[in-house]
Design a protein around this ligand. Sequence first.
Ligand code: ZN
Length: 279
Amino acid sequence: MPEPIELHHQGVERSIGCYLLDTDDGPALFDCGPSTTIAALKVGLAAEGLRLVDIRHLLLSHIHLDHAGAAGALVREHPALQVHVSEIGAPHLVDPSRLERSARRLYGDSFDTLWGELTPVPEANVHVVGDVVVGLACFPTPGHATHHVSYLDDDGTLYAGDAAGVRIQPGRYVMPPTPPPDFDLEAWQRTIDEMDRRAPERLALIHFGVADDPQRHLADLRLELFDWAEFVQGGASEEEFIAYGRAELADAGEDVAVYDVAMPLWQSYRGLARWAETR
Ligand SMILES: [Zn+2]
C-alpha cells in the first residue's frame, strides 16, 4: 500500500502530498508539490533512505502549482530527472510564464507565500506521455483540467491526481475540485467512466492519501459533481456556494480548515460559474 509523502503545505498536515513509487526504471515521484515544500519533500525521501538525486522520473498528473510547481527547481538541482507530462501541459513546463501570469491573477498577493518560484524545466528533460510511462499505464483524465492524466500501476494503484477528487483520509467525504479555467462536467463524467472501467484497487490522491474503496469513492464523486453543477447553474452566488460546501463538510464531520488549504471553495465556485456561463 503506497503512502503519501507529507508536504506540510502552509504548515497544514494532510493538505498536499505526493508519492514515491518503484518503476521499471528506478524510483519515481508522482507529482512533487510546489517549490515552497521542497524541504518537506526531501525529508520524506530521506525517510525512505533516498536523496533527490536517486529519483529518476517525475510523473506529473497536471501542471497546477500544488502538483507540479517544484518541477523546474527540482530539475535545476538534479539535471538527470526526467519529467513526464501530457502534451498540453509540456509547453507550460518549458515556459511557465503564462501559467504564472494566470496563477498570479487567481491568487493575487498570496502567490509567493503559497507557491514560491516557478522555474522552467529544460525541454530535454520533458517527455510527453504515451500509453505507457516507465511501466505504468497512462491515460487522459480531463474534467478538473483538460491536460490531466493518471497512471495505473500493475499493483492496482491508480495514481489519480485531482481527477478522483479531494478526500482527506481517513475521511469519507469526496470533494470535487472544480477550479477555473478548465472545469468540464461532461469530460469529468467520462473520466470517471474510464477510471471505473480500469477497476483500480486503490486511488492515490494528492489531497490526501490512499482510498481503498474506489467504486464507492468514484460513485460519490460523480454524484457530488452533478450536485454542485446543478447548484451553481441554478444561480447560487459565491457566498451561497461556500456556505453550502462548508455545511456539507461539517455534516460529514470533516475538518473544514484542511479542505480550505487543499482546495478552497471560492476557487471551485469560480470554475463552476465559468463552466455554467459558457454552456
Ligand atoms: Zn489541479
